[in-house]
Ligand binder design. Structure first.
Ligand code: CP
Ligand code: NVA
Length: 325
């Protein structure tokens, strides 16, 4: 709840813009220690899940999941995470709410804040989650926008730490589109201090302002190449994603032609450091951004990444909801 509302009563809250930053909208808003607190807690929760430890710390709490784009992993892992901590979930697709009939986001945010203890939102514009965050008195969690996918990258980094150890000592390559995942990796590289080598075709670079801000503050190089072989040279991790993201389906044919040299295949993998791990947030298009051989091969961690989403989501929900008291 915003501080003004706390001090003068709930009626004021209706008119009050949230001044509290207990949201997870982009990784840029967090420092190294805060980012590691999610990852370390998720690793602990994963160990406990293996041991059969049961959790109830979110009993009596409810999250609202507002998803305006499809999802398998993020939806199910957030739901499973919430149930696994004793809480409950209300799922709302893009068709289910009055947002589809242009109800203002600021009204939606304030109404939902009266019903749920956090909102998990997947949508198109980053400005949508920012606007919800501005008016919500409960935490808003970004479950993917066109600009960022912060929860995914936290689970990816958790996976890297499991497989390769301290990410600060590693070279991470990103091959393909300069999309929401790439933008988020750039912010993570800056905050966590690892080297990031991106290879994107001309015209498909990561967002310029995000790149410039990160490069300026980063302790290790964040470099954009055109040649994917140059980007993966000496890399400990090769990371890829679909060539056409959700909402870009109409560009699919054109993109397949442009992105062909950026396919993660055995030849590209061989050009990386020995034993390089391969990450893919999934869903994958086999034969496009990644070959079946690499996706099904021993160096690919995509399914561990998918599992880790659930443990990271538990850590996120626990931290943000319990911080509200
Ligand atoms: N990786 C990921 O976000 O997958 P979904 O689109 O299935 O949620
Ligand atoms: N870049 C992809 C990620 C999917 C998890 C998309 O936005 O569709």
């Amino acid at each position: 709840m915003c501080s003004a509302a706390k001090s003068v009563g709930s009626l004021v809250q209706v008119f009050c813009v949230n001044d509290m930053a207990n949201h997870l909208l982009r990784l840029w808003d967090f420092d190294r220690q805060q980012l590691y607190s999610y990852i370390n807690r998720a690793l602990e929760l994963k160990r406990e899940a293996r041991q059969g430890v049961r959790h109830h710390q979110l009993a009596g709490k409810v999250i609202g999941m507002i998803f305006e784009k499809p999802s398998t992993r993020t939806r199910v892992s957030f739901e499973s995470a919430m149930y696994g901590l004793g809480g409950q979930v209300i799922y709302l697709s893009g068709r289910d709410t009055q947002l589809a009939r242009n109800e203002p986001l600021k009204d939606m945010a304030r109404v939902m804040s009266r019903y749920v203890h956090a909102m998990v939102v997947r949508t198109f514009g980053q400005e949508v989650v920012e606007e919800l965050g501005r008016y919500s008195s409960v935490p808003v969690i970004n479950a993917l926008t066109d600009l960022f996918h912060p929860c995914q990258v936290l689970s990816d980094i958790m996976t890297v730490e499991e497989v390769k150890g301290d990410i600060g000592r590693l070279k991470i390559a990103w091959v393909g589109d300069g999309n929401n995942m790439a933008n988020t990796w750039i912010q993570a590289a800056c905050r966590l201090g690892f080297e990031l080598r991106l290879a994107c075709p001309e015209g498909y670079d990561p967002q310029g302002e995000i790149m410039a801000a990160a490069v300026q503050e980063a302790q290790k190089p964040i470099t954009l190449f055109r040649d994917p072989y140059e980007a993966v040279r000496g890399a400990d991790v090769i990371n890829c994603d679909v060539w056409a993201s959700m909402g870009q389906e109409h560009e699919q044919v054109e993109r397949v032609a442009q992105f062909q040299p950026y396919q993660v295949n055995s030849a590209l993998l061989a050009a990386a450091g020995p034993g390089a791990a391969v990450l893919h947030c999934l869903p994958a298009h086999r034969g496009e951004e990644i070959t079946d051989e690499v996706l099904e091969g021993p160096q690919c961690c995509a399914f561990d990444e998918a599992e880790n989403k659930m443990h990271i989501h538990k850590a996120i929900l626990e931290k943000h909801i319990l911080a509200e008291g």
